[in-house]
Structure formats: C-alpha cells, structure tokens
Design a protein around this ligand. Structure first.
Ligand SMILES: *Cc1c(COP(=O)(O)O)cnc(C)c1O
Ligand SMILES: [Zn+2]
Length: 500
C-alpha cells in the first residue's frame, strides 16, 4: 500500500526516522559506553554488555494503542527495510537509518496451532512458531540482521572500513553470520571457527556456500570461542557471537511478533524456548518488558526456558529457591540432540539473572520458569510433532517436552496456551532423526527408539523381475509393462490395498 493511502494519524509514524540515544551498559559495573565503537565486553571489568536507549521514555509519549496501529499498518508497506525485524524499528535499533538495514527475508515466521490429536496428547493448547523458516533456517538470522545492519550503518558513516566479522560456532551462528556478511561482501569479509570433525556436513555446508573463510580447530566449541576472543582482543575484527549486544536486540523481534500475532493480548500466553548460550531468552524477556513499559502489551506472559539433562546450568542455578543463595556453576556438557543448546557456561547468564529478576518484579510474581527434560523425550516429542504436520527441529522437540513437564508441574493453567519456539528447521538436524530411525544412537545420548516412531524407506524390487530400469538404461515394451505391473502389485500388497 502506498504511504499516502494510510489514515492521516498513522502517516507521520509510518516510516521511522533515526531516533533514540543508544549506549552500551555493563552488567558488572554499570559503566556506560558510546556505540561509535564495536564493543563486546566492558573494557573495565570484562563483563557482558546490554544496549539501552536512554531516550526510551520518549517512546511512551505515543499511546500503546497508537503503537499497535503503527505496527499493524506498517505491515502493509512494501519497503524492504521494514519487512523484517525492523518493522519494530523504534524498539530494536532506533539509531539505525532504515536505508542501512540489511534485509534478507528474516522474521515474521508463522505461528502454527497444533492439531487436536497432538494437543490432547500433551494436555494443553499450543502453537509452534517456526523460526526455522528464516533465511538460514534458524532464529539466529534475527540477531545477525540487527548486528550487520548496525555494521552497515557504521560503514556508511565511515566510522569503520574493511570489516572482518568472526564467530565461533558449530552450526547456526556461523551459517547466519556468513550469510549476512556475504551480502555486504564488498566491505565485510567473514571467518568462522569450527571444532575439527565436530560438525556434520550440513553444518559445514552453509558457511562454505556463503563464501566465508572456514577454519577447523582441534578441540571443542569452547576452544574455538577462546580463540575468537583472543582474535577480537588483539586484532581489528567484529565479533558476531552473542557477546555482541546488537544480536540480542535483533532477537527481541521474536517477542514483538508473538505480541502482534495475538493482537497484543498475551494475558493467557506462555512462551517456551530452549536455553543454550541464553541469548534468545534474554532477548525475549527484554523485548516483552519494553513492549510492556511502552503500554503496547498490558500483561507479561509466562516464559519457560527448557534445558536438556545433558546441558542444564541454568536449570541448576534456579533450583535454589532463595535468590540470595544462588551461585552460578558451569557444568560439563554431555552429547545432546539439542546440539545448538549444548553449552555448559552460557555467555548471557549475567543478562538472564538480571532480566529474570526484573521480569518477575515487573509482573508482580513468578513468571519465569526453567524446565529440564530427558534426551529421550526431546527426540520422541520432536518426532511426534513432525508426524502431526510440524517441521520442528530437536530444539522444538525440547520445547514440547518442556511443555509436557510444565503441564505436569502445574505451571500452566487450563486457560493458558503455549507458543513453542522451533528455533531451527527440522532438516538442519535430520542426522538425529536418522540415528533414531536406524537405531544407532551412541550410548552417551541415552536414546532408545520407540518402535512406533521409527520410519524407514522400503526398497520395492520383486525377486522375480529379471530386468529393472537403471539411470540411462530405461526399459521398454514387454519388460517395462512387466516392471510396472509387478511393482504396482507389490506396493498394493504392502499397503494392503484391495481392488474394488
Ligand atoms: C543458538 C540456538 C539455540 C540456543 O539459543 P541461545 O540463544 O544460545 O540460548 C537453540 N536452538 C537453535 C536451533 C540454535 O541455533
Ligand atoms: Zn564493567
């Protein structure tokens, strides 16, 4: 729709202009820093940072009702910069001019309600929000769109040039980083560090295909991370791991979209998401608080973070009910099918601690919960979801297993419905489905396939057929007719089909 056709009261707000006053704030010592430089940790105390708009109160001068209309009308525009996460420009990166935004089709992923069969099995109403339908097939694109748009803005201002973007990853972060960097490749090059032989061919394929320099390093993910940190401390590189606070801002879009999808009424909603490095749950809490403070939503929904028994540091931390006695201890992780969340020492833990406290206080009671689930349940629920029309990844399965646990624990009222984050596309983690169907999970996963969930391809090649087609050697005449007849009969037998 053309801007001049929108109602008069919307027009002044329709296309955002750069606004706000953004700063980095240290979660350790509370010092603040300007955003002209790329900063990842506090130069004084090494703690992680969050970005803050010191001019946020300015957004409150617009009533919540008008904000809701602005966002809903904005969806009708055909301006690419506002088609993705920057539809919520004022809440994500108000200082970034829309013409610096890098849009590759991220965000506005669909929310799909489970069918009644699956809802009955789980014992509650729920939806999957399919973040695997982002361009690189995971939610990481939201944060990268934020971070690379900001880098693009600095480039255009001449504050930086010839950026080398680096990250350590075993999968989705490097895929997203390489994709977004490749779009800006005249001025941005990317390099990703992967643990040697600890990534699948699919996980390698994405950054290779985007043209990133891909380095394989002996050891595990944590070793790669330490090298990336040393690189960022000693050389002029842009760090794209979740220490980069711009990524958190981009990921807040997930919560804004849920608000918009449910017409800004989140009173009876429960948001369920997996926790790995804890950037995603940080962003969801932060985003919802901002929408609440601006009067765009009137109730803060419940949030349930889910961790596997094989990587559960956040769960363990919150087991202690007395906040004063809680002590964070990293855990040694064991192999997990929720592989992208297999992290024992989450980078964003200080952000989580701060925001959970703030969220519960603002809501006036406990609203944030952390569930722990078994590897077996993650796999079983993922497969069951996908047998009912979903494309959930293992982390989506983890959310569903978390929902089942939450229902059992009485955390969810019958009037409430849950929105589950399928953080990636099922295809990214199809290797685990293969292991399940072929019953070859290594012991350390502790996953035993349930016969009723196994599915394998069947070769149809009747023994009495002397001639079968091969590529480049088609059958014809009698041989072809016989082949078609016998294979058809065989399939009909196996499917138990009867001629009428
Ligand atoms: C990164 C990732 C996670 C974990 O998210 P955090 O922000 O690290 O907590 C979960 N699922 C998938 C598919 C991911 O790529
Ligand atoms: Zn500090």
């Amino acid at each position: 729709m053309n801007p001049k056709d929108f109602p008069e009261h919307i027009r002044p707000h329709l296309i955002p202009k750069p606004s706000g006053q953004m700063i980095y704030r240290c979660l350790g010592c509370d010092r603040t820093y300007g955003i002209e430089k790329l900063l990842y940790t506090c130069p004084q105390c090494r703690q992680v940072l969050l970005l803050e708009d010191t001019d946020f109160d300015h957004l409150k001068t617009i009533p919540g009702r008008l904000w809701r209309q602005i966002f809903d009308y904005r969806k009708m525009l055909t301006i690419p910069a506002l088609k993705g996460i920057f539809l919520f420009h004022e809440f994500i990166g108000p200082v970034i001019p829309p013409d610096a935004v890098v849009y590759l089709g991220e965000g506005h992923t669909p929310v799909i309600e489970a069918n009644s069969r699956l809802q009955d099995a789980v014992g509650g109403r729920f939806y999957f929000k399919n973040d695997g339908q982002n361009p690189s097939a995971s939610f990481k694109d939201r944060g990268m769109a934020g971070a690379l748009s900001y880098i693009n803005y600095l480039l255009r201002q001449g504050l930086i040039s010839d950026v080398l973007a680096v990250c350590a990853s075993t999968g989705d972060t490097s895929a997203a980083a390489a994709l977004y960097a490749s779009y800006l490749q005249a001025s941005v090059k990317s390099a990703v560090l992967l643990p040697h032989k600890k990534v699948t061919p699919q996980q390698l394929a994405q950054p290779l295909g985007s043209g990133a320099r891909v380095f394989e390093i002996p050891g595990v993910f944590d070793d790669c991370m330490k090298i990336v940190e040393a690189l960022s401390e000693n050389y002029p590189v842009a760090l794209l791991n979740s220490k980069n606070a711009w990524r958190i801002l981009g990921q807040e879009s997930y919560s804004y979209e849920i608000a918009q999808w449910f017409e800004y009424d989140l009173a009876d909603k429960v948001i369920i998401l997996p926790i790995g490095n804890a950037g995603n749950i940080t962003a969801v809490m932060s985003g919802l608080l901002k929408f609440f403070h601006a009067g765009i939503i009137e109730t803060l929904p419940k949030i349930i973070g889910v961790q596997s028994e094989h990587a559960d540091p956040v769960y363990t931390y919150y087991l202690e009910p007395d906040a004063a006695k809680r002590r964070f201890t990293p855990v040694d992780v064991r192999p997990s099918v929720a592989q992208a969340a297999m992290i024992g020492n989450p980078v964003s833990m200080p952000r989580v601690i701060r925001l959970v406290d703030d969220y519960n206080k603002t809501a006036g009671g406990r609203k944030v919960f952390v569930a722990r689930v078994a590897e077996q349940d993650i796999m079983d629920w993922q497969l069951r979801a996908n047998r009912n029309g979903h494309v959930a990844c293992t982390h989506g399965g983890e959310c569903l297993a978390g929902l089942v646990t939450a229902v059992k624990n009485g955390w969810i009222a019958p009037t409430e419905s849950a929105v589950l984050d399928s953080t990636a596309h099922a295809l990214k983690f199809s290797g685990f489905q293969d292991m399940y169907f072929e019953n070859r999970f290594p012991d350390e996963y502790g996953v035993v396939p349930r016969p009723e969930l196994i599915n394998t391809p069947e070769l149809v090649c009747p023994a009495d057929l002397t001639e079968v087609p091969e590529p480049g050697k088609p059958l014809s005449g009698q041989a072809l007719a016989r082949f078609i007849r016998r294979v058809t009969e065989e399939i009909a037998t196996r499917l138990d089909l009867k001629k009428p």
